[in-house]
Every structure is written in C-alpha cells, then in structure tokens.
Design a protein. Structure first.
Length: 109
C-alpha cells in the first residue's frame, strides 16, 4: 500500500507499537501513514474510559512510538484544542460517563 489512514483507532489498542509496526510493514518504500489520535495524555479521564481508550498521546509520545515502529515522522499536527477544557471539566471534575453517543458528539464537535 502507498497510504494507510488510521483514524481514532490506535488509542484503543493495548500494543500500540505492534499495531504501528504492522502498519509500517504494509507500506511500500516511501509510503505514508496518516494517524489521528486523541492528544493530551494529562487529560485522560472517565470520558476516555467510556470510549474504550487505553491512552491519549502527547506529541512527543506519538512521535517516539512512530520512530520506534520504523517511520520517518514528517509532521505532527495538533488540532481541536478548543474542546480540551470541556473534555477535562466533564471527565475529570464532573466525572461524567456519558452513555449516549449524542453527549460525546457535543464534546468533540
């Protein structure tokens, strides 16, 4: 394959390094992987647990994992920072554990 897109999957996998190595092994020389994961390991909370997340990533942690898996990391982009305060407040302070997908869509919109 010349491109692999992995959106909101890696954070659910216990052996994330193994998963990244599998992705790398499927790519042709010069191939690319687009990986989207939740950032901010410091705000891991009840909302993440409800979603089945094993972890959230710091930029450095994701970069290091990618390198360990054999990738040459070109760019790491951070986005959706505006939702972090709401995520932290609802999951850490209020300890919410929403069961309705609608509630989570509001927080991640």
């Amino acid at each position: 394959m010349d491109t692999v897109v992995c959106l909101n999957v890696l954070e659910h996998i216990e052996d994330d390094l193994g998963a990244l190595r599998n992705i790398r092994s499927m790519l042709v020389c010069g191939g690319r992987a687009v990986i989207l994961v939740p950032s901010g390991q410091s705000i891991f909370n009840s909302l993440d647990e409800e979603l089945g997340h094993v972890r959230r990533y710091s930029e450095g942690q994701l970069r290091q994992r990618m390198i360990e898996a054999g990738f040459d990391v070109e760019t790491v982009l951070l986005f959706n920072r505006a939702s972090r305060p709401g995520w932290w407040f609802n999951g850490t302070i209020l300890k919410r554990r929403p069961s309705a997908a609608y509630s989570l869509r509001i927080l991640t919109a």
